[in-house]
Design a protein around this ligand. Structure first.
Ligand code: TRP
Length: 453
């Protein structure tokens, strides 16, 4: 089925799954997750992360999917269509702001990946004197021009896929790239886990030490669970609006959450064992992928080739996510502002280019410019993950669980009773959406801002 009442749509169940998984699997899995695991003590962090995915992020994912598919509209239009009033559309504003923050810094890191792929292809990491490898990154990101050029290239690649449309662009791209991505990351994990001395890294990932857990660990794990599943800002509302009424929301949401978590763990297996095998500290922070790994590639047998595949997969993972972020804004501009897709892509490109450029410069020339002690790049990451997505997710669940209500949720989750899904499962999901996940978010907001503690 191609058209949905004249609205663009995904053409198959597999297409829906790879598009959604494409959005979820991204820099969050390959760049953010491994360094958070490294900074927060390994397996214990992973366990809390998985609990947060199951009880908070997945219910929000299902909520967004529900809103999008039921309304078949963009992140503002959806609320208006379901209630008949403009008032609820305000929730969309949180989403829009979050998307602007995220795609801006995302595109900068995406640009770094393009650049590093180029360096890998030139075998720069295996040639350079290893003592110089650390400087490559700091010299590169603080250069005023080079990262801007690569930010532009990454954003252009994203825009090209989005211009082609939902089925011919987003779906076709994800259908080819997601399987390729999974194959590459599995091969990389095998390479890393068979290195001599890899055992320490494997036990770091899988043997929990619960004494390492602090309030900060829990907050970081929940933030990552939001980011990694792409929830809390309307990406899934937008993609959900392109899904036909015959698909099962629960199956597809669970499929995405499982693929995303699995991918993060496999990416961890591709990185941590190598880090330990070469005796490096796992808590390198955001530089883990761009500083530590090149150093490892330099010394690993076949490292030059491994580096190429690693940065290809980083780039693919990043693009399938950035297209989902761009699509949120493009859908909004074309439906609410009646722009053509081309014009909408053009306008959003301009916006993201400018905000992203500021982010990029904040790593060098503008690094003295701080707000609340953070440079612009860190500020956007912080505001989106710790404020906008949390509040956005909370409001969406209040909207779906309480304003629209149980009955509609159950109808949509079972496709009006035509899907055979055990009633206890549907009831538990509705319970998570109405009570558990919203209360957990309020608690985490309090914990983050130190109220009551
Ligand atoms: N989930 C993606 C990642 O892990 C990033 C992403 C895409 C995202 N869309 C999002 C994050 C929406 C938050 C909200 O890299």
């Amino acid at each position: 089925m191609k058209e949905n009442n004249g609205r663009a749509s995904f053409s198959s169940s597999f297409g829906v799954l790879v598009a959604m998984a494409g959005s979820a699997v991204g820099l969050g899995n390959m760049w953010r997750f491994p360094y958070l695991v490294g900074e927060n003590g390994g397996a214990a962090f992973i366990i809390i992360y998985m609990i947060a995915v199951a009880f908070i992020s997945l219910p929000i994912f299902i909520t967004e999917f529900f809103i999008g598919r039921r309304a078949q509209a963009d992140i503002f239009g959806a609320y208006e269509k379901l209630t008949g009033s403009k008032k609820w559309g305000t929730i969309g504003l949180f989403g829009l702001l979050a998307v602007i923050c995220i795609l801006s810094f995302y595109s900068v890191v995406g640009g770094w990946s393009v650049n590093y792929l180029g360096r890998a292809v030139a075998f720069e990491f295996t040639r350079a004197d290893t003592s110089e490898l650390g400087n490559i990154f700091s010299n590169f990101v603080s250069d005023p021009w080079l990262p801007l050029i690569f930010h532009t290239i990454f954003l252009l690649m994203t825009a090209v896929v989005v211009i082609l449309g939902v089925e011919k662009g987003i779906e076709s791209f994800a259908k080819v790239m997601m399987p390729v991505l999974f194959v590459i990351i599995i091969l990389l994990a095998i390479r890393s886990m068979t290195l001599e001395g890899a055992g320490a890294g494997i036990s770091y990932l899988f043997k929990p030490d619960f004494s390492k857990i602090t309030r900060g660990t829990v907050i970081a794990a929940i933030g990552q669970a939001f980011f990694s599943l792409s929830v809390g800002c309307g990406t899934i509302i937008t993609y959900g609006s392109y899904v036909s009424k015959n698909e099962s929301i629960i199956k597809c949401s669970a499929g995405t959450a499982i693929s995303d978590t699995l991918f993060a763990i496999i990416a961890g297996c591709a990185i941590m064992p190598a880090v330990f095998a070469f005796g490096i500290s796992p808590s390198e922070g955001p530089g883990l992928v761009f500083v530590t790994l090149p150093y490892i590639f330099a010394q690993m047998p076949l490292g030059g080739v491994v580096a190429i595949f690693f940065f290809i997969s980083l780039l693919l993972a990043a693009i399938t996510s950035s297209i989902s972020l761009l699509e949120v804004v493009v859908a909004f501009l074309s439906e609410e502002r009646k722009m053509s897709r081309k014009k909408a892509v053009f306008c959003s490109f301009g916006l993201f280019w400018v905000v992203g450029a500021l982010c990029s410069l904040s790593q060098g020339k503008l690094s003295d410019w701080t707000i609340f002690g953070m440079n612009f790049f860190d500020l956007l990451d912080y505001v989106s993950s710790n404020i906008l997505m949390l509040i956005g997710g909370l409001l969406m669940m209040i909207f779906a669980g309480w304003k629209i209500g149980k009955k509609a949720l159950k109808e949509e989750l079972t496709n009006n009773g035509t899907l055979k899904i055990a009633p206890w499962l549907v009831n538990s999901i509705v319970f998570l959406i109405r009570y558990v996940a919203p209360i957990a978010i309020v608690a985490i907001l309090f914990a983050t801002y130190g109220i009551f503690y």
